[in-house]
Design a protein around this ligand. Structure first.
Ligand SMILES: NC(=O)c1ccc[n+]([C@@H]2O[C@H](COP(=O)([O-])OP(=O)(O)OC[C@H]3O[C@@H](n4cnc5c(N)ncnc54)[C@H](OP(=O)(O)O)[C@@H]3O)[C@@H](O)[C@H]2O)c1
Length: 284
């Protein structure tokens, strides 16, 4: 048995990176609920881990059996050095979070995810890549929460549908890929059960919240200008522009059955998510 052998009943902890984030937080919850020991790591997490400070990596990696890898958007060049160190520390399995359509991205978007995909493929131990559509929780835990609270979400996406996925489903799939005994290296693509246009998604959230929220269509140039006016740096505005260009090209529109394949159940529907988030006061 090699030092990096992985077993689903491994008593060693699973290292969860991005453990305070939308998916990492939920992966920690899923694993702990299943009785799996977890090391929850990020700059402000239970265990301190900072991509920009390699001195923090060893403490997080020491004795870990597997790693949930959420790559940074910037400074991602260090990811292969991290995975190599992880393997030397005894890690036997990686699950890297990525995005659907990643194979079509250019230099402005997704380089962290693409680097992480390659690093785990080349790691020499068990790996899984989890490519997800846009998360539902972008609307209530991230970028689009404030615009929606202000009653106006403006994007350059037109009528292109997006099968939004719930972060709970992403985390449940990740937890399964991190721990189950049967494993084949490879890519799992996950989406929600059906595509909605952003227009339809905003209308669904407005109904659930019982208030007015408008979807406004922008040209890519108008969107870029709005992001800069809102104080985003040029690089972040370019990144979001590239993300929507990817969506407009239609690479992420078709729902996949990744959730059913891994979990044996249907993914959360957007309407159920909107109801739950509205009841929790997301857009009040
Ligand atoms: N949002 C989507 O719809 C979507 C869809 C597909 C793929 N993705 C990909 O998912 C990834 C983001 O995952 P997420 O949404 O679960 O996380 P998130 O909510 O964006 O949170 C980011 C996490 O990373 C940690 N972090 C930030 N900078 C760090 C650093 N320098 N060192 C260590 N940790 C750091 C943060 O915690 P601290 O602040 O405590 O460090 C936090 O836990 C990105 O690669 C994104 O491209 C997102």
């Amino acid at each position: 048995m090699s030092d990096n052998a992985f077993s689903s009943t491994d008593p060693r902890p699973v290292l969860v990176l991005g453990a305070t984030g939308k998916t990492g937080r939920r992966v920690v919850r899923e694993l702990r609920a299943a009785g799996v020991p977890v090391r929850a790591a990020s700059r402000s997490g239970e265990v301190r881990f900072d991509w920009t400070e390699p001195a923090t990596w060893s403490g997080a990696l020491n004795g870990a059996s597997a790693v949930y890898l959420v790559a940074p958007d910037e400074g991602y060049e260090v990811v292969p050095e991290f995975t190599a160190r992880a393997v030397r520390a005894g890690v036997g399995r990686f699950v890297a979070l990525s995005g659907r359509g990643i194979e079509h991205v250019g230099p402005d978007f997704g380089q962290g995810m693409a680097t992480a995909e390659e690093a785990v493929r080349e790691s020499g131990v068990q790996w899984a890549v989890l490519r997800a559509n846009n998360f539902n929780q972008n609307f209530d835990e991230d970028l689009w929460r404030e615009p929606l609270r202000n009653g106006r979400l403006a994007l350059p996406i037109g009528k292109v549908p997006e099968p939004f996925i719930d972060a709970d489903d992403v985390a449940a799939v990740a937890a399964a890929l991190l721990t189950r005994a049967a494993h084949t290296d490879g890519v799992t693509e996950v989406s929600g059960p059906r595509g909605l246009t952003f227009d339809e998604a905003v209308a669904t959230m407005a109904r659930a919240a019982g208030r007015e929220m408008a979807y406004v269509e922008l040209s890519p140039q108008e969107y870029h200008a709005e992001l800069l006016a809102a104080g985003l740096p040029e690089s972040a505005a370019r990144m979001l522009g590239a993300l929507f260009a990817l969506h407009r090209a239609g690479h992420t529109v078709a729902p996949t059955d990744g959730v059913r394949q891994v979990l044996g159940r249907e993914p959360v529907d957007f309407a159920a998510y909107a109801k739950r988030a509205a009841a929790a006061g997301a857009w009040a």
